[in-house]
Design a protein around this ligand. Structure first.
Ligand SMILES: [Zn+2]
Length: 135
C-alpha cells in the first residue's frame, strides 16, 4: 500500500485497512469500535483506492481535535448518566446523613442548581443526536 492512512476524521483514532475475502473488496475502518466510521459500503478494488478516499476525507486537524475533545466530554457525561442510573443519589450533600435523590439534583428538581451544567450538557447531547438522526 502506497498511501499511509490518516487518522479517523470523526474521532481522530488510528485507522486501518482491510480486505473483505467474501466479496473481494478493500476498505478502511476506524480502530475505535464505538466510532465505527469506515468505507466498507464503498467496496474499493484495492487498498490504495480505499486509502486515497479515506485520506481525502480527513478534515482540518484543529477541527478534528475539537471533535475528539467533544467526544471525550460526551463520554464523561454518559459515564455520569450511568452512575445516576445505577445509584439512588448523593450522601452528604445535606450534611445530615440523608440521601439527596438524583431527581432532586437534576433539572426540575428542588436542588437543580447543583447539576444544572450536567443537565444542560445532557440536553445538548440529546439535541445533537436528534439533529444527526434527521435525514
Ligand atoms: Zn473514528
Amino acid at each position: 500500500m502506497s498511501d499511509t492512512l490518516k487518522p479517523c476524521p470523526k474521532c481522530w483514532s488510528e485507522a486501518f485497512s482491510g480486505w473483505n475475502l467474501t466479496d473481494a473488496y478493500a476498505y478502511v475502518v476506524c480502530s475505535d469500535h464505538e466510532c465505527g466510521l469506515s468505507t466498507i459500503n464503498m467496496r474499493y478494488r484495492d487498498h490504495d483506492d480505499a486509502a486515497k478516499f479515506w485520506n481525502q476525507r480527513v478534515e482540518d486537524p484543529e477541527l478534528a481535535a475539537l471533535r475528539a475533545h467533544v467526544a471525550r466530554l460526551e463520554a464523561g457525561i454518559h459515564a455520569v448518566r450511568e452512575l445516576i442510573e445505577e445509584s439512588i443519589g448523593v450522601y452528604g450533600l445535606h450534611g445530615n446523613g440523608d440521601v439527596a435523590p438524583w431527581d432532586d439534583l437534576l433539572r426540575g428538581g428542588q436542588f437543580e442548581d447543583c447539576l444544572h451544567g450536567f443537565s444542560d450538557a445532557q440536553a445538548a447531547i440529546a439535541e445533537r443526536a436528534l439533529k444527526e438522526a434527521k435525514p
